[in-house]
Ligand binder design. Sequence first.
Ligand code: ASP
Ligand code: MG
Length: 441
Amino acid sequence: MIVMKFGGSSVANAERIRHVASIIQAYKNERPVVVLSAMGDTTDHLLEAADEAVKGRVDIKKIETLHYDTARELGIDVPAIKELLGELGTLLTGISMLHELTKRTRDYLVSFGERMSVRMMAAFLEKSGVPAKFYDAWDIGMVSDSNYMSAELLDEVWDTIPKAFDSYKSGSSPEIPIVTGFIAKDKNGIITTLGRGGSDLSATMIGAALKADEIQTWKDVDGIMTADPRVVKEAHPVPEVTYEEAQELAMFGAQVLHPRSMIPCRKTGTPVRVKNSYNIKSPGSIIVEKHSGERPLVTAITSVKNVSLIDIQSSRMLGAAGFLAHIFNQFLKWNISIDVIATSEVSVSLTVNGKTPLDGVIADLSRVAEVNVKNSKAIVTVICDASRSSFILADAFASLSKNGINVQMISQGASKVNISFLVEQTQADDTVRILHSALFK
Ligand code: ASP
Ligand code: MG
C-alpha cells in the first residue's frame, strides 16, 4: 500500500483534478490511499467568509462558484457538495447573527473545504471508471484532542486507522479511498483541525499507521530543492534527506512539509517521497531515517523573513541560577514560541516571528533585565552536517564578508543538522544566493 497526498494547488481546478486523477490511476496497483487538501485557496476563502460573517455579511459566492464550475467542467453531478454548501450557508448565517466566532466554530467551518474536495475527486474517479470512495477523516478513525485549530491526534489512531482500512487492505473492497486531510474529530464528536498545512500530517499518520510502503506528497516542483528556485537560479533537487533534516527545513521556511508531519513516519521508518506532479517519472526526493551513502556536507539553504530579534541583557542576573528559566517562563506565560537562541554570560538573544505581539512579555522581562527589540530581520538556515561546522563556517563567512553581509547572530542546533544566521531582512535573498554558491561547489 501507498499513501498519496495532494495539496490545494494540485486540485485547484478541473484541469488539475483531471491530472491528479490520472496520477492516481497510474498507481492503482499499489493500492493507494489518497489524502486531499481543500481546492486551491478554499481554506483562506472560508476564513475570509467567516470574518465577513462576524461583521454581519454572508457571502459564499467565491467558494460556491469554484466548486460548481469545477463539477460542471468535470461533467459530474455532486449532490453531496450541494448539501455541504447548504450547511455552510446556514453556519455562516448563524455566525452573522451571533457576531461571534469561536475556535471550535472556525474548525467546523474550515472543514468544509476538505470535505468538498474529496467528494469531487471520488465522483470524478468513479465517472472515469476507477472505483473510488470518499471518507471524512472521522470515518477512518482520525481522533484528536480538543485543541481547536491545532489539534493533536490521539495515540489510539494507531489502532483505529488500520481497522478502518481492513477491507481495502485485504482486497475485499476495491474502491480507492479518498480521504480528507487536515481535519479530525475529538472524543465528543466535535470537528477539529490539525493546524494550517495539516494535510501532510494526516497523510504521514495514515501511512505510518497502515505501515505503507511509501507516503508520497505530490508538489508542483521536483521534490525538495537545495534552495528556493525563485531566489537561486542554480538550485537543484536534493535526492535524499533525513526526517530530521526535513523537519528543520520545514521549520526554517522551506515550503516542503508541515514540520509536525515527520513525527508519525519517523516512529515506523516509513519513507516519505516528495514527487512532482508535472514530472511523474522523476523520483523526486526521499525522506528517510539515515542517509544511504555518505552524509553530504550541505543539503539545503532556507530563509524565514519577518523575524524579530530580542536582546535581553542583565549583568546582575544572568549567571544566577534560574535566570534563564525565568526568562523562558515569561515566554511561556505569553504563549510566544522562540525560534533561535544564543546566549553569553551577560545576555540572551532570541528570535520570534515578527508578527508576535510583544508588549506583555517585554514589560515582564524589563523588570529583571534590559530588553531591546529589533524588527525586520531574517533567519537564513543551512541544513548541513553541523558536526563539520568549521568547514562550513569558514567558507560561509569568507564569502559573506566579501559580499558585505553582516551576520548578527549565529546558532548551531544541538540536533547537528542546521546552522542558522540572523541577517537584515533586506539582505536575506542575497545571503541565500551567496551561501548557495559558496557551499554547493
Ligand atoms: N487546506 C488546509 C490549509 O490550507 C490544510 C492543508 O492544505 O494542508 O491549511
Ligand atoms: Mg490548502
